[in-house]
Design a protein. Structure first.
Length: 226
């Protein structure tokens, strides 16, 4: 055997190295690319159902902020989730998998972006529709369109913040409900983890999660101040 032949590691050392490498790569993927989450409530029905498992991708926001119509996952800004909805991994194995992004993470919310910084968002027009910068929005994804008009508001979204609402307007503790809280119901862009990308469970509902073009005609500037 040539003296230049490299010595191979013992099998057990190679195995440890492979496991460590895989975990490091998983942590990197979670930090910069993908992360697993589950749906804790009915607030996004019919788009998302309770206990759906989804993957959130982070690439879309590397060079830009969330857009109207995006479905985003964000950190609880404080007091939006009750104890059951904020539950996290409960045993060492689940916690380890959560760290590397392979176990669905709790303590977050998922909503649809309906207003970005500078937008005037109001409810409602004469037909009970949301308006953004003076434009009435037809939202085909709503579970019950008539429930949209149950909460009246008229706000201007601060810079670097978002106004978010659930698709199940009659059962969603979203920006509307938290207007009296610190922050006024607005979500800092920095708290957004990523954009909902694909549903991975249950099997019969696996598929891509798409945003909406319902806001395509909204101008970039509000028509007037509230």
């Amino acid at each position: 055997m040539s003296e230049t032949t490299k010595r191979q590691l013992p099998v057990w050392q190679e195995s440890i190295l492979l496991v460590v490498t895989a975990m490091v790569m998983a942590v990197v993927v979670k930090a910069f690319f993908l992360q697993a989450f589950y749906i804790p409530s009915e607030s996004m029905e019919p788009t998302m159902l309770v206990n759906d498992k989804i993957l959130v991708q982070k690439v879309s926001y590397w060079s830009g902020d969330p857009q109207r119509g995006d479905i985003v996952v964000f950190d609880d800004p404080g007091g939006w989730l009750d104890q059951s909805e904020s539950a996290r991994a409960s045993n060492p194995v689940q916690k380890a998998l959560e760290v590397i992004g392979l176990f669905p993470t709790g303590g977050h919310l998922i909503k649809r972006v309906v207003g970005v910084g500078g937008d005037r968002v109001a409810c409602c027009d004469d037909e009970g529709r949301l308006t953004v910068n003076g434009v009435s929005i037809d939202e085909p994804y709503l579970r019950d369109p008539s429930a949209n008009a149950e909460s009246r508001f008229d706000v201007v979204v601060p810079k670097d913040h978002l106004w978010v609402q659930g698709d199940n307007r009659g059962n969603s503790a979203d920006s509307r409900v938290h207007q009296g809280d610190p922050g006024g119901g607005f979500i800092p862009v920095d708290s957004v983890v990523g954009k909902a990308w694909v549903r991975v469970w249950p099997w019969k509902r696996i598929g891509l999660i798409r945003g909406s073009d319902a806001f395509a005609e909204v101008p970039s500037e509000p028509a007037s101040s509230p």
